[in-house]
Design a protein around this ligand. Sequence first.
Ligand code: GLU
Length: 338
Amino acid sequence: MRDDELDLVGVDQRAHTGALPQDRQIDLALDEAYRRALSHREGAVADYIPILGAADREAFGLCIADVRGGLHEVGDTRTRFSIQSISKAFVYALVCEGIGHHEVRELVGVDNTGLPFNSVMAIELADGHPRNPMVNAGAIATTALMPGATAERTWELIVEGLSRFAGRQLEIDDEVYRSESETNDRNRAIARLLHSYGRMRSDPDETVDVYTRQCSLLVDARDLAVMGATLADGGVNPLTGDQVVSPEVSRDTLAVLAAAGLYERSGEWLYEIGLPGKSGVAGGLVTVAPGKGGLGAWAPPLDAAGNSVRGQVATAHLSRTLGLNIFASTPADRQDPR
Ligand code: GLU
């Protein structure tokens, strides 16, 4: 991803730190981000899960949820799609909340494998350690660590937890679940391989089934923005006031997203956008500006790594115009007597 591909020429790239700007400026930036991204027609809709191939290539929605509870939306923000890989971020947070930072770090890891999301090779290269909770192997191992004595109970806890992040009751898309269940030999192979290395805490087939269900939960761009804003706000959902996870778990989850949220393009993403984020193969993308808010985007055509093309272009514009890049600073005022 290069600047010219992201269409950033002419964008004010100075750092603005502190809070989000006024509502009117957010709305203007959102409209401009939408307009710029709309001209990007490249990318392919995922079809390795057959039903996803039927997605509308033109669908596009953008939403910002700020930590004060304000919502800003443009485009198809209320059309639902399957959350897919974005569920990995929130299930990871629930598992960290349940069993703690050190254990998750030890059992699943926090690094980028630099390999595709469904890589078997990555497991072999690490002697069976999943290493990255944001690709399928690590996410399946993470789901296996969810509390719940039975697979059914684990599933209930996942739906309940992700619904609290979204601030509304989420539901599964049965068609997506069926379509993926019929074709997910590779994920079942990954779970069995992890199991052969002693890396699965629960039954591998049952865990893949729960993982497939979590990926089939329906969200819209607005939900993603609110879920992101919850991680931006120390784990408190800014719409409902519900403390879903602790501030420490939010912090740890965002660190993992910064390292590995955009598959093997996470470094490029961080370089261009400078924020933790997570994408999914149905075209969803959540981005988190800590202390400020969450950004939800949905546009089905994906780049070669599986990230929404329009979602990335729009988020890059918003990161720069709203001063969100966590690495940006301006020199201190040398006249300040302190
Ligand atoms: N359910 C999808 C899979 O396991 C999620 C992939 C993704 O969004 O990256 O293949």
